[in-house]
Design a protein around this ligand. Structure first.
Ligand SMILES: Nc1nc2c(ncn2[C@@H]2O[C@H](COP(=O)(O)OP(=O)(O)OP(=O)(O)O)[C@@H](O)[C@H]2O)c(=O)[nH]1
Length: 484
């Protein structure tokens, strides 16, 4: 089934490919395919409709990006919207200022509530946080036994009062026990029913009222499919949930429930269950789920490709700016952030030929300098970032920026001077000299030539790169830095 879908989606993209830009009419066939794809991934119909409307809106507002084909741009828009709807990644559990943190588990029978209770307890234990699990399912003796077995397995205590007790009382006393024992987090497992039923809801509401939990986690079986939306709605309306755990994602479901749960409740999915074992709990990452819901490997690679093209178009625009000396502090900051996103300064430096012998203290100095530079740029006005000459001309402005960022006027002065030198050097450089498009900015940041906004020693190799002699280029190779 997925293959057939993949083909029809692919043909929809192809139709878009020949267009000049995205328009509301030329994306219609592709939208139809996405709609079909989401429905077959078990996303609720209403949720699909809202999502398609959002994608249409985002596509209409999209600018033409030179060098990027409309189909690539559009698929990226779809992916980004999907990620956006599914919210933040890796949202942590609530933590009470004064322990114990109280977590109430809710959900239908068989969704994996008890297993998820143990998975969470183990997750907390791994973070050196102590946990107590409380079994309030008095209707099924097997439920309490299951919790006790899991508790022994992960070495986490279980509080229970047998099958004659009142669940609200068990929950209250469980919390008291956690307080007395100085436990960090108490997780209350509750009884489920096969379907929503008022007794279950009434009991959950009463337990919640009695213990005022910091977190109410709805456990949803990812195989639930279309039902996930109405189920989430009922739990959220009646009990109020603060997050969800989506279980059984190790199965072959496409995970459309994730989109429904998130969109209906507006609450984050905090974890996913990926197996029966207690270790099989993972943080929720919207990007991964978006790929899974879109379902097809080739769609994922299309998104990656689209991302690459967009980055490349951006890099080319940046390079054109450098060559025309229009490169300003905003661009510089962007390059710095790009560098940060790529990983630690040290790990990137080590990837540069000839730079792998940098000592730990060199790397530390570089990192500190990056932070200082960023702080100074952040203290500049919008106009100053766009026109560095303003700072070059005015000691008053430099003093203000220095003060705002915890530096002295002379530091700002040096940054501006180095930046201007670097920029004029960039202008002199031909594209061939820069190796990869867009990398010139990074070269400058690593302390290019006479201008060195990093504050490190000028790099002879880089300065030579500005020249055009072949001999000089050979020499530079040895030093390595100019290879950038
Ligand atoms: N494959 C898979 N199975 C899971 C996962 N989570 C739970 N299960 C299994 O699903 C079944 C039901 O899990 P339970 O934890 O007992 O479900 P529950 O919601 O507590 O059910 P009640 O106690 O009856 O309300 C068990 O066989 C679990 O091993 C998961 O992430 N993946």
């Amino acid at each position: 089934m997925f293959d057939a879908l993949s083909e029809s989606l692919e043909s929809a993209w192809k139709k878009l490919r020949g267009q000049d830009k995205i328009t509301s009419s030329n994306i219609k066939p592709a939208l139809q395919e996405i709609r079909r794809s989401l429905l077959s991934a078990d996303v609720n119909l209403q949720v699909v409709k809202t999502f398609i409307a959002d994608v249409e809106k985002a596509a209409q507002g999209a600018d033409v990006i030179s060098g990027v084909r409309p189909d690539q741009q559009f698929i990226k828009i779809v992916n980004d919207e999907l990620v956006k709807v599914m919210g933040e990644s890796n949202v942590p559990l609530a933590q009470a200022e004064t322990p114990p943190t109280i977590i109430l588990m809710a959900g239908l029978q068989g969704t994996g509530k008890t297993t998820a209770t143990a998975k969470l307890a183990l997750h907390l234990r791994k973070q050196n946080r102590s946990a107590l699990m409380v079994g309030t399912d008095v209707y099924r003796p097997a439920a309490i036994d299951q919790l006790k077995t899991l508790g022994e397995q992960i070495d986490v205590p279980v509080f229970e009062m047998g099958t004659e007790a009142n669940p609200v009382e068990v929950a209250k006393q469980g919390v008291e026990k956690a307080k007395t024992d100085g436990i960090d987090t108490v997780i209350i497992d509750t009884a489920g029913r096969l379907q929503i039923d008022q007794n279950m809801m009434g009991e959950l509401i009463a337990v919640k009222k009695a213990i005022s939990p910091h977190e109410v986690l709805l456990v949803v079986d990812a195989m639930t499919g279309q039902e996930a939306a109405s189920l989430t709605d009922t739990f959220h309306q009646q009990v109020g949930v603060t997050g969800a755990i989506l279980t059984k994602l190790d199965g072959d479901t496409r995970g459309g429930a994730a989109l429904s749960v998130r969109q209906v409740s507006g609450q984050p999915i905090k974890f996913i269950g990926v197996g029966e074992k207690v270790e099989a709990l993972q943080p929720f990452y919207p990007e991964r789920m978006a790929s899974r819901i879109l379902g097809m490997g080739d769609v994922v690679s299309l998104v990656e490709k689209a991302q690459e093209e967009i980055d490349m178009a951006d890099a080319e625009a940046m390079q054109a700016k450098m060559l025309e000396a229009r490169f300003d502090f905003n661009d510089f900051l962007k390059q710095m952030r790009l560098l940060k996103n790529m990983g630690s300064f040290g790990s990137i430096m080590k990837m540069i030929p000839g730079m792998n012998k940098l000592s730990g203290s060199d790397i530390e100095k570089g990192e500190t300098q990056l932070k200082r530079t960023e702080a100074m740029i952040n203290s500049m006005t919008k106009q100053e970032r766009e026109e560095p000459e303003l700072l070059a001309k005015s000691p008053g402005r430099r003093r203000r920026v220095g003060k705002g960022s915890g530096h002295q006027e002379k530091d700002v002065s040096k940054l501006v001077e180095d930046f201007r030198k670097m920029r004029s050097m960039m202008q002199q450089m031909g594209q061939g000299e820069m190796g990869m498009p867009g990398m010139g900015g990074l070269g400058g940041m690593f302390g290019g030539g006479g201008g060195n906004p990093m504050g490190g020693q000028p790099q002879p190799g880089f300065r030579q790169a500005a020249g055009s002699g072949k001999k000089k280029k050979k020499k530079k190779k040895k030093k390595g830095f100019g290879d950038l």
